[in-house]
Design a protein around this ligand. Structure first.
Ligand code: AMP
Length: 252
């Protein structure tokens, strides 16, 4: 059986862009804002491509769910070395449960041995999709991976995870779900030649209806607010003054 890896990649506001709350306070402004692949998903693509280059995996399929511009995110993944892409057309504000249900259907169709996701999308910071997908499929999962070692002979994967107390190492039977942390690898820059090649690959678009998935929202956004502005600090002359200030503001 061929060893396929599915990598879900999300198009998000670029990490360096200035975030502005929409006037209706129901989301953030995305018009005329630079969009990029979610940084953790770039790490996921890199890991999958390395597994292919090391002859562990046979193919890598990048999936993006969102408006038609998500095709750019897929093309970026193809330029990094993914072999094929699937686009599922949906609104940009779909919630993790809907995304996980769509991914479950695609897993049933594509039959990958591994799904490698980002640990979280930096727009909503949900950190839910990998866990929900593992739950829906009843597959083992290792989140926050900082090292992935696949043993094809035993059909197992060993994952080192970054947890509060340090590192935890888990062994899972394949097929399995992995979500990537920042230190897993350093993604490559796509070569111009590969960017050009990626433009020629035909990427099919599916709809949630075709996949038979109900993506109606279970959550209602009540209000999106900017974080409180930071108040400026002040310089003090002595330790006594620091202590007096801390007491004054009831910190000690
Ligand atoms: P989240 O649970 O929203 O923080 O997202 C975790 C991971 O799920 C992301 O890093 C992606 O790998 C995947 N994911 C979330 N939303 C999408 C989407 N619309 N299209 C493709 N992959 C997604």
């Amino acid at each position: 059986m061929s060893f396929k890896i599915l990598v879900p990649v999300k198009r998000v506001i670029d990490y360096a862009a200035k975030i502005r709350v929409r006037p209706d306070k129901l989301g953030v402004e995305t018009n005329n804002v630079k969009m990029s692949i979610n940084p953790f998903d770039e790490i996921a693509v890199e890991e999958a491509v390395r597994l292919k280059e090391n002859t562990i995996a046979d193919s890598v399929v990048a999936v993006s769910i969102g408006p038609k511009e998500s095709l750019e995110t897929i093309r970026g993944s193809l330029a990094m070395g993914a072999d094929a892409g699937i686009h599922v057309s949906a609104s940009a504000d779909m919630q993790p449960l809907g995304i996980a249900k769509i991914l479950k259907k695609l897993v049933e169709q594509e039959k990958p041995k591994l799904v490698i996701l980002g640990k979280q999308a930096i727009d909503d910071d949900s950190n839910q999709t990998a866990q929900m997908l593992a739950g829906l499929l009843n597959w083992p999962q290792a989140t926050f991976a900082s090292k992935v070692v696949v043993d094809k002979a035993s059909d197992k994967v060993t994952v080192t995870r970054e947890i509060d107390g340090g590192l935890e190492t888990l062994e899972m039977k394949l097929p399995a779900i992995i979500s990537c942390d920042l230190r897993l690898n350093e993604p490559r820059y796509a070569k111009l030649q590969n960017i050009m090649k990626a433009k020629k690959i035909v990427v099919p678009t599916k709809t949630p209806e075709e996949l038979g998935v109900d993506v109606s929202s279970k959550l209602k956004i009540v209000s999106v607010e900017e974080p409180a502005k930071r108040v400026g600090g002040s310089k003090v002359q002595s330790v006594d003054e620091v202590v007096a200030n801390l007491k004054k503001h009831a910190i000690i």
